[in-house]
Design a protein around this ligand. Structure first.
Ligand code: SAM
Length: 239
């Protein structure tokens, strides 16, 4: 029977995408479908606004770390946006698995300013920080206090601050994406994970609480269509 889940707190159920055994063409089809959803449902503006909000006035060269880059559609979109504005942006995209990294490398071959590296966020060396650390739809993959540990780690890797683009845990977002992906998605991962990722998403208070507990500056949290959060966490000296 169809039942509406609770939206009071974040779901702890695992997404299929988090299973490291799922690799190869099935994962590539999933990453391509995630990109189509990003394009269709306003995935990019929260990231671009967030990066622009952290760019100090007059600074035209930026290094950006994209955590959980997936099919690298965010690095490509950021690079195009930067080129249109005459900004010199170097982007390093990291992800966990060989399939994802190979797929992202193939897709970004035409972009000199993008490098894709196989790495886990938590293992990155904090000695050479990036100007801005960005993560789109990655934070909701972390369970429990892992999400705030990820935020703290990203902040330690950032000179100016962190931009998080993630999902609003809201019944309309859950129902909407369930209907759209059941009707249109080919990937079984997308059909299963898309509504679950909303249940693993966040409220405004979640971000405020995570930043407080992680000892970070107060985040600037903006709601963006369609049920996305644009979260900007300046490093303490820039707050
Ligand atoms: C839903 S995808 C998001 C892809 C892309 N950022 C987007 O929004 O279209 C989440 C990605 O985060 C990656 N990821 C999860 N935990 C990670 C970690 N600890 N370090 C690096 N990447 C991670 C996953 O492998 C997956 O490719």
């Amino acid at each position: 029977m169809f039942s509406v889940p609770s939206f009071a707190s974040r779901s702890t159920a695992l997404e299929l995408m988090d299973d490291p055994a799922i690799q190869g063409p099935e994962l590539e089809v999933t990453l391509a479908e995630i990109e189509r959803i990003n394009r269709a449902l306003g995935g990019y503006p929260p990231s671009l606004h967030g990066i622009e909000a952290l760019r100090p006035e007059g600074v035209t060269a930026l290094s950006i770390l994209d955590v959980g880059t997936g099919g690298a559609d965010f690095p490509m979109r950021i690079a195009d946006w930067a080129a249109e504005r005459g900004l010199d942006v170097r982007i390093t995209g990291i992800d966990l698995t060989e399939t994802t990294v190979d797929f992202a490398r193939q897709r970004t071959r035409a972009y000199d300013g993008i490098e894709i590296v196989q790495a886990d966020l938590f293992d990155l060396d904090e000695g050479a920080p990036f100007d801005i650390v960005h993560a789109a739809q990655v934070l909701h993959h972390f369970v429990g206090d892992e999400a705030e540990r990820a935020l703290a780690k990203m902040a330690r890797l950032a000179r100016y601050g962190v931009v998080v683009n993630d999902l609003h845990r809201h019944p309309l977002a859950w129902g909407g994406i369930a209907v759209i992906t059941r009707a249109l998605a080919k990937s079984r991962l997308v059909k299963y994970d898309a509504p679950l990722s909303v249940l693993r998403g966040f409220s405004r208070e979640d971000f405020e609480g995570m930043c407080r507990r992680a000892g970070l500056a107060a985040p600037r949290v903006k709601w963006r269509p369609m049920f996305r959060w644009e979260v900007v966490v300046p490093t303490r000296d820039r707050a």
